[in-house]
Design a protein around this ligand. Sequence first.
Ligand SMILES: Cc1ncc(C[n+]2csc(CCOP(=O)(O)OP(=O)(O)O)c2C)c(N)n1
Ligand code: SF4
Ligand SMILES: [Mg+2]
Length: 312
Amino acid sequence: MSAFSAIGEEQEHDRNEYTPGLEPQATWCPGCGDFGVLKALKGAAAELGLAPEEILVCTGIGCSGKLNSYFESYGFHTIHGRSLPVARAAKLANDGLTIVAAGGDGDGYGIGGNHFMHTARENHDMTYIVFNNEIFGLTKGQTSPTSPKGHKSKTQPHGSAKDPIRPLSMALNAGASYVARTAAVNPNQARDIIVEAIEHDGFSHIDFLTQCPTWNKDAKQYVPYIDINDSDDYEVDVTDRSTASQLMFETENALHEGTVLTGRYYVDNKRPSYQQEKKQIGELPEEPLAEKYFDDDYEWDRVYDTFLDKHK
Ligand SMILES: Cc1ncc(C[n+]2csc(CCOP(=O)(O)OP(=O)(O)O)c2C)c(N)n1
Ligand code: SF4
Ligand SMILES: [Mg+2]
């Protein structure tokens, strides 16, 4: 629970509380997988009993970057590939906040790849959701780092000559302490994974398969999918690093051969988070820095109410 909770310790929240009053209508295309992320995030926040003011959602640029426009909480729509450094700074200033960083495959695995690698390595306590639609959606379908080899787009009319990156393996090797893949076609699994990821102390990476029916007609490849944690064909010990590594490799190969594997791959509960380590060596005060500037008498208010008042 945040020290800044306006409501108190025990809270119950309805998923509808996370729908903003001013801009309830998402501008994503019909059938877009991004709706699945929003739905799963609302369900997870409600299940965890988090008040909107206890959550910060930092996003990058892209269709995915609109997530925090449609989710009622604190939000910071950053620049392309930069959701993670902003999220890190916010967590360092106020570790009572639940931090969700989010962006697209181009945003997080391309232009922001450096931040992804080092935020995982340093095990910053936050949940990072990457909307993986295997293209640049907002800018109309160009090839992205996760586009499969041979994928044709306006930027690669003869087909991409390059192998896509392996996001799960990348996260594991960089040092993420929680790694999972889910898909917009199953918001229930996605919700459960987001709940776990938020509860996890450390860097949680979720590669979230999101179909883009407008610019990536291969979207149908995301259905049906297999949950490795529920299937008899896979023996998964999420605490075993080498099993996780093998399964990730298999999953990343299978994706473009028509088999979509999802689930939790790796959970390391023993490794301290960046925040915990910094406190241990005395570089981070026990009391959040932000609390120094916190006004106890301030009544938390929805920003759009203020805007609406101004326009009366
Ligand atoms: C520094 C910078 N370079 C390029 C762009 C243009 N741009 C905006 S969104 C985008 C790609 C978004 O793709 P992705 O991150 O996969 O998100 P999606 O739209 O697919 O959700 C690009 C290249 C930008 N806004 N800033
Ligand atoms: S262009 Fe694709 S990713 Fe963007 S809103 Fe439309 S369907 Fe979704
Ligand atoms: Mg994309």
